[in-house]
Design a protein around this ligand. Sequence first.
Ligand SMILES: *Cc1c(COP(=O)(O)O)cnc(C)c1O
Ligand code: SF4
Length: 437
Amino acid sequence: MKYKPYTLHNFKEIPQIQKLSKQTILEIETISRIFPLRTNNYIVEHLIDWENWQEDPLFIMHFPLKAMLLSGHFSMIETALHDGASKSEIDSLVRKIHAELNPHPAGQAKYNIPVSENRHIHGMQHKYNETLLVFPAHGQSCQAYCTFCFRWPQFTKIPDFRFALHDIQSMISYLKKNPLISDVLFTGGDPMIMNIKYLKEYIEPILEADLPHVRTIRIGTKSLAHWPFRFLTDPDATEVLQLFEKVTQAKKNLAFMAHFSHPRELETEAVQEASYKILKTGAQIRTQSPILNHINNEAGLWHAMWRKQVDLGMTPYYMFVPRNTGNHKYFEVSLIEAWNVFRKAYSNVSGICRTVRGPIMSSDPGKIHIVGVAEINQQKVIVLNFVQGRNPDWNCKPFFAEYNESAAWLDDLKPAFGQKEFFYQEQLNRIYDKLTP
Ligand SMILES: *Cc1c(COP(=O)(O)O)cnc(C)c1O
Ligand code: SF4
């Protein structure tokens, strides 16, 4: 299959778009000024159920809809377009709206940027000792955009909002100076949007630098779900697989962190063949996704996903709680609901699928597992546990929040038993004081 993208400028050429009302098409055009529309011919032809588009999770995942925006924001743009506002007026309106949508949640822009010789190195985040996040400058878009994406500021072309690494040598020298780092995690956007030339430019220097402490190269990607032909028929597909093989032959783990949000993304022949080819290079495929209202807020979908992933040789890894950024209200699932979905799905699979952990909030202080609801001395509480603390000393020490049925993020939770703050708060404040530039 040859890649054909659809964006704001050509999506009306999709034949099935005729099924939508004129009003819906107009709304998509309006909203995609704020959350850019990008999908492709594989998704349109093989994943979306056009007969049922209103309710179809795959449609909702790829087309920005009016319900995803706060109503005030929608009317701002709608009025401006209606009044024939100039491009620069629209752009400045869009910037204003973006700024109101919490573009850098979980302290990413403030507290995760690594410092070397007192200079911030942009394009990387180093929050947990073992793992360096790298945002390759050429990997900051995707083969398709998900409407729920928490990395949406990466696609807005507004430089302040973007992480992008241009200087590969600074990554290598940072790795040399930080022997605690065992994992380099390429993320984006989607690093697999890069052609083989760029992929090599980022990955080969790590192999050549011969750093025994760097054991794992991870690639965070939705390419298997969005464009499996990246590993089958793209002009450089064979070379990409050869590069993966080069990594595994250098005795490094290559962990392909694949994002799947719905079982349908695992059903096509193309995705199954592509997974097989990736695994044959010696790479591992680990899977993760947020739990999202309107997309996958149902236990049956999750156990179907985990089973299918295991059938295909993948390892289920994380179920995330969506971050409080962008249009999260539309996709929000309460923590209790997420836990119930996880629990039901987990109870329906064998131990082989239970490598998955969740629901997990990737929050300021770290990755927090919602372990469940318990009753202690006749008081109902939510049990939480760090699987990754900003301070590693916080890991694996269960702690308690007041029971709260509507809470959807850490900010909504209060410590149980009348405590003023969670046990980590004072240390977190001190870490932040130290990191404040
Ligand atoms: C999730 C995350 C990682 C990776 O964590 P693992 O638990 O090792 O998968 C690394 N850095 C940041 C900033 C993260 O949010
Ligand atoms: S593929 Fe990943 S980074 Fe790209 S839009 Fe989807 S969720 Fe966001």
